[in-house]
Ligand binder design. Structure first.
Ligand SMILES: [Fe+2]
Ligand SMILES: [Fe+2]
Length: 339
């Protein structure tokens, strides 16, 4: 058992590590609240990657060309990978992927509210890449320097892939804008639907975000929600101009004095409604995830039985067996979950 004196020393060491902007690693001592905050934040991020496969996965079978299908398939698979790195980072904090998935399905843990909106046209694939992955990049680039080592390292790799996602979305929209009037109208209609939900991705305004101050003190977060939202608007407005679309905000204007954009107020009632489970697709998203989890039960059982058998063989001095059926079904489940 750790004595009070030891605990004070450990805490001082933890605080010093944070102050030096060094990383906290899984075996290091950390305050219980720091651990819990990280589990909540990383799990919510992992769930967003996995649930986020659904709105775009919806269009894989209806992509307008083989090239578009290949790009979209690669993008959705990347999101599965992001979810898995992040669940692994959470596992280093002592919570299993199974527990986290159960918390997602039961509604005890959240995912980003943006994925509760439907994808109604193929232009939404482009808009999601441009705006949703764009907002994710704004949120996530600072997280590459977050204080918890496994999370920061996962973010470095994820951010590289997110910038590919944003470019593919922008390139798709640019192609459509060079097309017919109908295609241009499709892009505008899609941007009209996704603009405000994208701004909501940064979370509630600072005054309604009670955890921010502590997360910043611990180096988990490095910028507030409103700072990141403003950065996203400033980054996106010139891109919208280059694309030739109008962002649906009459209050959006350049402020010469601040050298930044002014913009309208997000509909926070809508945000809280969607976060609270009452968005257009909340029930559908969670039900789909639950079905995929239930359908995959046999794969998890088989993998566990196989691992046990391998352990027993090793205990008896035999060589570990190689799976004769290969990892076929198990390795395919992540992709199948989007179907
Ligand atoms: Fe992602
Ligand atoms: Fe992405």
């Amino acid at each position: 058992m750790t004595s009070a004196v030891d605990e004070a020393g450990l805490e001082a060491h933890f605080e010093a590590t944070i102050a030096h902007k060094d990383r906290i690693e899984p075996r290091d001592w950390m305050p219980e609240k720091y651990r819990r905050t990280l589990v909540r934040q990383i799990a919510q991020h992992a769930h967003s990657e996995i649930i986020g496969m659904q709105p775009e996965g919806n269009w894989i079978s209806r992509a307008p060309s083989l090239r578009r299908k290949a790009i979209l398939l690669a993008k959705v698979q990347d999101e599965a990978g992001h979810g898995l790195y992040l669940y692994s980072a959470t596992e280093t904090l002592g919570v299993t992927r199974t527990e986290l998935t159960e918390r997602l399905i039961s509604g005890a843990q959240k995912y980003s509210s943006i994925f509760n909106y439907p994808t109604l046209s193929y232009a939404d694939v482009g808009t999601i890449g441009w705006l949703v992955d764009g907002a994710a990049i704004c949120n996530q680039v600072p997280l590459c320097r977050t204080s918890f080592g496994p999370y920061g390292r996962a973010m470095i790799r994820i951010c590289k892939e997110e910038s590919f996602h944003q470019r593919q979305g922008y390139e798709l929209l640019m192609t459509m804008m060079r097309g017919t009037d109908e295609q241009r109208a499709m892009v505008q209609e899609s941007v009209d639907r996704f603009w405000w939900p994208s701004l909501m991705m940064f979370g509630p305004p600072d005054e309604a975000s009670p955890n921010t101050a502590q997360s910043m003190a611990w180096g988990i977060k490095t910028h507030t929600n409103d700072e990141l939202r403003r950065r996203f608007v400033d980054m996106t407005v010139p891109q919208a101009e280059a694309l030739g679309v109008t962002l649906p905000d009459p209050d959006l204007a350049w402020n010469e004095e601040r050298q930044a954009h002014d913009f309208g107020e997000v509909d926070w009632d809508e945000f809280w409604k969607v976060v609270g489970g009452d968005g257009p697709c909340n029930a559908q998203r969670v039900a789909h995830r639950k079905k995929a989890w239930d359908d995959g039960a046999w794969v998890r059982e088989a993998a566990t039985a196989f691992a046990r058998k391998q352990e027993e063989t090793a205990d008896h001095g035999g060589a570990p067996t190689t799976p004769t059926t290969s990892a076929g079904p198990a390795s395919r489940t992540a992709e199948e979950e989007t179907a």
